[in-house]
Write a protein that binds this ligand. Structure first.
Ligand code: KIV
Length: 267
């Protein structure tokens, strides 16, 4: 296989325009960054899910800016060509756009290419503020784990009347300059509609087959998460000889549209 050129926002937009699905996985360290990059994963998400996956916390809420900077720097050191998206953690962007800027600049200096923040209408001024200052932003709607207590647990969002709110928020985030939108735990028909209506790539997690790309928590797709496995997760180690093969299979299944399967993995 010819060496892949480093992914840029321009190239991601071109892939989306050409109908190529984006394969994303969470990544928290240099070794896995190299493995995922070599296997052809397009987007490495340094997610604050690391609070649960690596630290054994009950939610993402305790994750700090210092921890996010540390893991972003680790991932950046192991990566060569994938696009790195780092999460702004709980409390790091909630006060004001200026606070978000101060924290965003730390993650960009640690090696992120794009930052992700969760939430709808109230984040719009912050998204605009960061984008105007040269920081690519990924928005995150649907189930937003930093609001787990307000949302009453890990529940599907955007059903019934919630669908109209989600559509309006997605459009407002696009208008503010968000370049990618993560849709988490959203009914498949709504995610499909949004993905064809919006000009930017959507990356789904528990949002069905209609998104422009998919993301999973790495440890979930390797089948090593403790506790109940969410419906949308597939264990790619099943039938794979090793981790490299499992990740390559994930990339192939996302790119070909075989994962997810609406009958098995959607709401
Ligand atoms: O924190 C995280 O890992 C995420 C991805 C699953 C999208 O937000």
């Amino acid at each position: 296989m010819p060496e892949r050129k480093p992914l840029t926002l321009h190239r991601l937009r071109a892939m989306h325009a050409a109908g190529e699905k984006l394969a994303a996985l969470t990544c928290y360290d240099a070794t896995f960054a190299r493995v995922l990059d070599d296997a052809g994963v397009d987007v490495l998400v340094v997610g604050d899910s690391l609070g649960m996956v690596l630290q054994g916390q009950p939610s993402t809420l305790p994750v700090s800016m210092d921890e996010m900077s540390y893991h972003t720097a680790c991932v950046a050191r192991g990566n060569r060509t994938a696009w790195i998206v780092a999460d702004l953690p709980f409390g790091s962007y909630h006060e004001a756009p200026e606070q978000a800027w101060r924290n965003a600049s730390k993650l960009m200096q640690a090696g992120a290419h794009m930052l992700k923040l969760e939430g709808g209408g109230w984040t719009v001024p912050t998204v605009r503020f960061l984008v105007e200052r040269g920081i690519p932003v990924c928005a995150h709607l649907g189930f937003t784990p930093q609001s787990v207590h307000a949302l009453g647990g890990f529940r599907v969002q955007g059903r019934d009347a919630g669908a109209a709110t989600l559509r309006a928020e997605a459009q407002a985030l696009v208008d503010a300059g968000a370049a990618i939108l993560v849709l988490e735990l959203v009914p498949a028909p709504l995610a499909r509609d949004l993905s064809s209506a919006l000009p930017i790539a959507t990356i789904g997690i528990g949002a069905g087959t209609g998104c422009s790309g998919q993301v999973l928590v790495l440890h979930d797709m390797l089948g090593i998460t403790s506790g109940k496995r969410p419906r949308f997760v597939r264990d790619f180690m099943q039938g794979a000889a090793n981790i490299d093969d499992a990740v390559r299979l994930y990339v192939a299944e996302v790119k070909s549209g075989r994962y997810p399967d609406d009958a098995l993995h959607s709401y």
